[in-house]
Design a binder for this molecule. Structure first.
Ligand code: FES
Length: 166
């Protein structure tokens, strides 16, 4: 499927970014943030579109997109649950939190619930180690989690989805 071209507003913002970053490679991240705001996820067609706009090799833009977990390659659910299992969270029950979410939603990391409400991502450190275990959903940090509370928390998110920051 052909991706719609960037909107005029996004093109204006992209030109403003390019005026601040004479090196197009340095403009890659802000350009991808713009594309994420425009399209939601960054499939091959969007990666090519950004590469063309920046006159960069598609392989370079693809490499940047696939390096950062904040960029999604596929459409995601309304709530993207980013559960940290890095060292501090792991030591304080991060895998128990991940397991509780998996059981409650019936999905594994990388998957989206059939109703499109939740996408589950297993993350590296999300910089809230002092309050491990933790997860992020949208702009909200959920800290000092315990497995027993996860069903209640997920029910709350089902009622009030937290959209990803763009
Ligand atoms: S290890 Fe989980 S927030 Fe740092």
């Amino acid at each position: 499927m052909q991706t719609a071209p960037l909107s005029d507003a996004a093109k204006q913002k992209l030109n403003a970014v390019l005026s601040r970053y004479p090196n197009a490679m340095a403009a890659c991240l802000p350009a991808l943030h713009l594309a994420r705001a425009e399209y939601g996820h960054l499939g091959d067609d969007v990666v090519k579109l950004v590469a063309d706009h920046l006159a960069l090799p598609v392989a370079h833009v693809h490499g940047v997109v696939t390096f950062y977990t904040m960029f999604r390659r596929e459409p995601s659910g309304q709530n993207v649950l980013r559960v940290c299992t890095n060292i501090s969270c792991m030591l304080r029950g991060g895998y128990e939190i991940l397991g509780a979410v998996e059981r409650e939603l019936g999905i594994k990391p990388g998957q989206t619930t059939p109703d499109g409400c939740f996408t589950l991502i297993e993350e590296e450190c999300l910089a809230a180690c002092a309050n491990a275990p933790m997860m992020i959903c949208g702009a909200r940090y959920f800290l000092d989690l315990v497995p027993e509370k996860m069903p209640e928390l997920l029910a709350e998110l089902r009622q009030t989805p937290q959209t990803e920051l763009v």
